[in-house]
Design a protein around this ligand. Structure first.
Ligand SMILES: [Fe+2]
Length: 386
């Protein structure tokens, strides 16, 4: 499914005014939102029991997580016994006002995958989508900020989002950035805006923007697509092996070193870091890491495979050699005469990297099916195609 959420005017304005800087609320911008996620789609996804475990199916009640054992049961499956969310227990908790958070829902259907892909190509980031299902007036989280950009897309019911004045500078997922609920309320600052998200609406929050949300109708669903970008700290772990190769970095420090000796060591470490890290080779590594940063979201397209028929890889070691009226297949050592009726097809195939039944049939409609099938079989037997 191609969602095409963002048109060109959105891109221009968004990158000029909002990306990484300022929150943005866009009403009714998601086309086909009811085909991407709805209560019915959520019911279907939830019902595939084997999808869910204690990491990706979280329940919260009034800002507190519910213990997984309180809403799961032991199920006997082919690979053994597993604790999975139990429909009756989960629904019981929901009736009492609990929320469900489904982590990494981005590849659960083609619509969500398509949104995630579009957000990745828009921003160059790595996308993870988490779904939030909530009941009226029961908040799952108080004021907080996320360590990534958030594109919140609303799918069912209504939710009021509070946006606070402060933006935390470059938070990451690390204990240094974990604050208590009281600290977070203080850090969030004054409330500066309140927006109500309804199905098809989008709210963009830059990384670190303090916010919270409250469902104003029961059964509210939104998916928060989080976009993470490559950071210098990520490159350090990529280049770690280069440091290991430095003889200086592996040397033993004399335990009797004076503070001045250690200060000198720190200076040498800084110089060594510059020498080892600032190289053309590492610039290439950096560049390639940015290129391959986004996740590869790929959906199956079995229909295409079925309609294309069998796919063959064409050998590049074989060519056609002419000798007067006759044509031969040769790999440099052996030669095989190509019957006249196979010559046109064989010539075409050898010019391709891959061929499919559909490609051959549609290019050679004037030839009989028997000739094509026979020619492909012989080429396959001779490993010209495989
Ligand atoms: Fe959040």
């Amino acid at each position: 499914m191609n969602t095409n959420i963002f048109d060109e005017t959105f891109n221009k304005d968004f990158f000029l005014n909002n990306f990484g800087k300022k929150y943005l609320y866009k009403k009714d911008i998601i086309r086909n939102h009811s085909k991407i996620m709805s209560l019915d789609i959520l019911n279907e996804i939830l019902s595939i029991r084997t999808n869910w475990n204690n990491k990706n199916f979280i329940m919260m009640l009034d800002r507190k997580p519910i213990n997984y054992s309180e809403y799961s049961s032991l199920f006997l499956e082919t690979a053994g016994k597993f604790l999975r969310p139990d429909v009756d227990k989960v629904q019981n908790w929901i009736s009492r006002g609990s929320s469900i958070v489904l982590n990494e829902i981005d590849s659960m259907n083609t619509g969500l995958m398509s949104v995630a892909n579009e957000l990745q190509s828009l921003t160059g980031g790595r996308c993870q989508g988490n779904l939030y299902f909530s009941m009226q007036s029961h908040q799952a989280f108080g004021p907080h900020c996320d360590e990534h950009d958030v594109f919140a897309i609303h799918f069912e019911g209504e939710k009021i989002w509070n946006i606070y004045e402060n933006i935390e500078l470059n938070p990451i997922n690390h204990p240094n950035f974990k604050y208590s609920p009281e600290e977070r309320i203080k850090k969030a600052g004054k409330l500066i805006d309140q927006v109500t998200l309804r199905p098809g609406d989008l709210l963009y929050l830059p990384r670190g923007q303090y916010h919270d949300a409250l469902a104003s109708m029961s059964g509210a669903i939104h998916v928060a697509f989080g976009l993470t970008y490559l950071k210098p700290i990520d490159i350090i772990s990529v280049l770690w092996d280069k440091l290991i190769n430095s003889d200086y970095m592996r040397q033993d420090i004399d335990r009797k070193s004076t503070k001045q000796d250690l200060k000198n060591h720190l200076k040498t470490i800084a110089l060594e870091l510059e020498k080892v890290i600032c190289t053309d080779e590492n610039t290439e590594i950096f560049f390639n890491n940015i290129e391959k940063w986004p996740y590869k979201f790929k959906d199956y397209s079995l229909n295409n495979i079925i309609s294309e028929g069998r796919k063959y890889k064409v050998s590049k070691l074989v060519k056609i050699e002419k000798n007067g009226e006759q044509a031969f297949l040769t790999n440099g050592n052996n030669k095989v005469l190509i019957p006249k009726e196979y010559l046109e097809v064989t010539n075409f195939i050898l010019k391709q990297d891959f061929v499919t039944d559909h490609l051959i049939n549609s290019n050679f409609k004037h030839l009989s099916k028997t000739i094509i099938i026979d020619c492909l079989k012989k080429l396959n037997d001779m490993k010209v195609i495989s």
